[in-house]
Design a protein around this ligand. Structure first.
Ligand code: GDP
Ligand code: IMO
Ligand code: MG
Length: 431
């Protein structure tokens, strides 16, 4: 199993962090391939203290979710847009928790850097009528510069002259734009240069050619897990454009974002919640803007791990999930947060859409069509029993298993793993 890809199969926050941490026990390398500090991957780990073992929750934004397993090397790939300030904060927090980072974290020399002006531009745009509800982490503007070929990469930090030249040119250009379009105050070139030159010293020990590292690891038959951020429906090509992120969370992004060949991929796992959530604007066919949505939000703790925003909640949408399985090539599903449905009398799953009275089972990606959708639901009886204490699949209530097996059948895809709580031991393998 050289490379296993873990993708979010919905609109992000499916519980990828938990699943990656769980799988990392048997993995050598965990590598993030896209996105940036817009991600918030929650991992709950047992920590030994004077009063015994307690479970602690950590939210990772840039560092791969394998970091809590000492034997795992973590890689930030070339496809990631790296905010050095956010990275330094994250490294410091992990160090304080006693997590060893030295020798275990590698950063691609080709990853692009998020600059203060990217965050500024992101936030200014979010105040306009083109707002899409971004995380405000500068992601879109950083990828714009990457594809404009004016971006500054990690490798540029290591050469002061190059860094100064590129930064000056970029800041002058952004200043012109900011004053012309937004009448905004100018960015201070020297302050930014000084701040970023400091990162050079701090980041140097981690920087390497991660593509070469990963390909050498493949030769040695090391087990690699490629960790996606966000989800397929937020993919810039395959998601609900323009309400998407600016990178490729789908499985194809793993090869370009890490510099590994498609032939090295042996397994693709999609992580999906037992219901649906979305943060930010954009179509969400099964959204429940009512008591049900509120109940899912409260029971599931559905508040953004990065921005704290309440997540929009709704029933599981098998039409979009089938589409996600297709564009990612998902072979098996890790279904999370089953426990959140424990107390519902009945649970709905969307099996088809109706657009202008016509029944549709293929996911339309144009926003106009998606906004006119009426979901067609199949109603299943709830199991009305606590699942969070269950430790083997066979011990789940019959109706809970029926829910999982119905979903698998309708998706024509295997459900491989079921999560019934945020902790490591709340993970059931489906046999
Ligand atoms: P990610 O971005 O895909 O890694 O997901 P997030 O960390 O943003 O959001 C998932 C949330 O659900 C986190 O608070 C997790 O701790 C929590 N979580 C993960 N799996 C389960 C589960 O099976 N049950 C419950 N109740 N919570 C879970
Ligand atoms: P993880 O990895 C959920 C959403 C934002 C917004 C859109 C674009 O934790 O699943 P961006 O800041 O990327 O330009 O925002 O994408 N978004 C996420 N939603 N989980 C995430 O990450 C997200 N990252 C971005 O809310 O709608
Ligand atoms: Mg998240």
């Amino acid at each position: 199993m050289p490379v296993q890809i873990i993708v979010g199969a919905q609109w992000g926050d499916e519980g990828k962090g938990k699943i990656v941490d769980h799988l990392s026990e048997e993995i050598d390398i965990v590598a993030r391939y896209q996105g940036g500090a817009n991600a918030g991957h929650t991992v709950v780990v047992p920590v030994k203290g004077p009063n015994g073992v307690t479970n602690k929750e950590y939210v990772l934004h840039l560092i791969p979710s394998g970091i809590f397993h000492r034997h795992v090397t973590c890689v930030i790939g070339n496809g990631v847009v790296l905010d050095p300030a956010a990275l330094m904060t994250e490294i410091e927090q992990l160090r304080q928790l006693g997590v060893k980072i030295e020798g275990r974290l590698l950063i691609s020399h080709n990853a692009h850097l998020i600059m203060p002006y990217h965050k500024l531009l992101d936030n200014i745009r979010e105040q306009s009528d083109q707002k899409i509800g971004t995380t405000g982490r500068g992601i879109g503007p950083a990828y714009i510069d990457k594809y404009m070929r004016t971006g500054i990469r990690v490798v540029d930090l290591l050469d002061r002259d190059v860094l100064c030249k590129k930064l000056k040119r970029n800041i002058e250009e952004k200043n012109q734009f900011l004053s012309r379009v937004y009448n905004s105050k100018e960015l201070d070139v020297d302050a930014i240069i000084n701040e970023y030159q400091e990162f050079d010293k701090k980041i140097d020990e981690y920087v390497t050619d991660t593509s070469a590292f990963l390909n050498a690891a493949l030769q040695k038959k090391k087990k690699i897990l490629a960790e996606g951020a966000q989800g397929a429906l937020l993919d810039v090509d395959h998601g609900t454009y323009p309400f998407v992120t600016s990178s490729s969370p789908t499985s194809g992004g793993a090869c370009t974002g890490l510099g590994i060949p498609p032939t090295s991929i042996t397994s693709i796992v999609g992580v999906a919640k037992a219901y649906s959530t979305r943060v930010g604007n954009g179509p969400f066919p099964t959204e429940q803007e009512n008591d049900i949505g509120e109940r899912l939000r409260t029971t599931g703790g559905e508040y953004g791990a990065t921005t704290g925003r309440p997540r929009r909640c709704g029933w599981l949408d098998l039409v979009s999930l089938r589409y996600s399985i297709r564009v990612n090539g998902i072979q098996k599903i890790a279904m999370t947060k089953l426990d959140v449905l424990d107390a519902f009398d009945e649970i709905k799953v969307c099996v088809a859409y109706r657009i202008n009275g016509k029944r549709v089972t293929d996911f339309p990606t144009d926003v106009q069509a998606l906004q006119r959708i009426e979901p067609e639901y199949r109603v299943l009886k709830g199991w009305k029993a606590k699942s969070s204490g269950v430790r083997s699949y066979g011990k789940l209530p019959v109706r809970a298993r029926n829910y999982i097996e119905t979903v698998a059948r309708l998706l024509k895809t295997r459900i491989w793993m079921v999560s019934v709580g945020a902790r490591r031991d709340q993970t059931l393998m489906v046999r």
